[in-house]
Write a protein that binds this ligand. Structure first.
Ligand code: KIV
Ligand code: ZN
Length: 405
């Protein structure tokens, strides 16, 4: 990426392991986080926000392990979250240090409601703290992201000078969070356009967006933000996250993919260009979704866009007849493009270790020899009792093994 404000593709920043893990009941252990991080790397995300290192020793360990094992050369950037305090930033710096491309993401609240009731600081104080902490983070890493928390409800006239100072202090990404999912698409687009027009040094940073789904508008808001200059999208697999969740990665990526002729011009390309808009390997979407659902215990609703059980199912006779005559009558994308129906191998009691390992790989699991042996024995026991062992059975076996580590 030569010019931060005009990257050639839209940067996909995955926060499943940080904001996603903040979903009630979705806590993940270090091994589970590592397994998901490996799959996110296969999916092709550009940045993995692996956790909030100051929050707990377990999270610090998870971020550090992911930085060591997934944040390799040519791998994704590994990011740790930090409030705008020295202790948080130091914890994040320690955790991301082993990564080839480490990033610290620091944030401070900026809406009047947060300043008064949560942070108990004035705007003037925040104008001092934010650049100081960005500069502190830059003393550890070259890649620093800054977020004005609750930007969606903040006064833009306060945001502009604050962002200008954060960039002057070394922020390389400016992330605009709609923390409580309050904005409508038009408002979010205008907020991004206002920042582009009023922050004098904005061209030195990438504009990112982060949004929650309280009104179900996060994905629509992001697409409007892209039209107005946002070039990094912060999202989670299956849209998990605080309260109603975050913008769903699979929905954003497939919207940009299916409607690329519409979005291409916003990236300065001809509408008919076939250059992908993101680095995501869309065929990894389904298995990533399954893995995250299994390990977090967060079920995917059947009618969920892209990855729900019914997303490619046709129930009514008229629809079935239409699809049989021509798929495009009722399908705007091919199930195989998200990795569904890729492989029809059915595993049973006659299946060998190789087929077992191959199917697990396709589902996104890479087990070491010892774990594979244990899982294979359990698979054989089950296969003796069942005619066909489904992907769901396999995932249950593997998740059990990972959880027992
Ligand atoms: O929703 C939010 O504001 C956040 C920030 C930490 C970026 O998650
Ligand atoms: Zn958030």
């Amino acid at each position: 990426m030569n010019n931060p404000s005009h990257p050639e593709r839209i940067i996909i920043f995955d926060t499943t392991l940080r904001d996603g893990e903040q979903s009630p009941g979705a806590t993940l252990n270090v091994d589970e986080k590592l397994a998901i991080a490996r799959q996110l790397a296969r999916l092709g995300v550009d940045v993995i926000e692996a956790g909030f290192p100051f929050a707990s020793p377990g999270d610090a360990e998870a971020v550090q392990t992911i930085a060591e094992q997934v944040g390799i050369e040519d791998g994704p950037t590994i990011c740790g979250l930090a409030r705008a305090t020295r202790q948080d930033i130091e914890a994040a710096a320690r955790a991301v240090r082993p990564a080839a491309k480490p990033r610290i993401h620091t944030f401070i609240a900026t809406s009047d409601i947060h300043l008064k009731h949560k942070l108990r600081k004035t705007r003037e104080e925040v104008l001092e703290i934010a650049p100081e902490m960005v500069a502190y983070a830059r003393s550890f890493v070259d890649d620093v992201e800054f977020s004005p928390e609750d930007a969606g409800r903040s006064d833009p006239e306060f945001l502009y000078p604050l962002l200008e100072r954060a960039i002057a202090a070394g922020a390389t990404t400016i992330n605009i969070p709609d923390t409580v999912g309050y904005l409508t698409p038009k408002e979010f687009g205008e907020l991004i356009r206002g920042i582009k027009e009023n922050v004098s040094n904005i061209d030195q940073a990438t504009i990112s967006v982060h949004g929650h789904n309280d009104l179900g508008l996060a994905v629509a808001n992001f697409l409007e933000a892209v039209k107005n200059g946002a070039r990094q999208l912060e999202c989670t697999i299956n849209g998990i996250g605080e309260r109603a969740g975050n913008a769903a990665l699979e929905e954003l990526v497939m919207a940009l993919h299916v409607r690329r002729s519409f979005y291409n011009p916003y990236l300065g390309r001809a509408p008919e260009s076939d250059e992908p808009l993101t680095n995501i390997d869309t065929r990894q979407i389904y298995k990533t979704s399954r893995m995250v659902s299994n390990l977090t215990g967060m079920l995917v609703q059947p009618n969920k866009a892209i990855v729900g059980a019914n997303a490619f199912a046709h129930e009514s006779g008229i629809h079935q007849d239409g699809v049989l005559k021509h798929r495009l009558t009722y399908e705007i994308m091919d199930a195989q493009s998200i990795g569904l129906n890729d492989n029809q191998i059915v595993l049973g009691k006659h299946s060998g270790r190789n087929a077992f390992r191959t199917r697990l790989r396709e589902l996104g699991y890479e087990l070491g020899d010892q774990d594979l042996n244990k899982a294979f024995l359990r698979f054989k026991e089950l296969a003796d009792k069942k005619k066909e062992v489904s992907d769901w059975d396999l995932e249950a076996i593997v998740n059990d093994e990972i959880q027992q580590v």
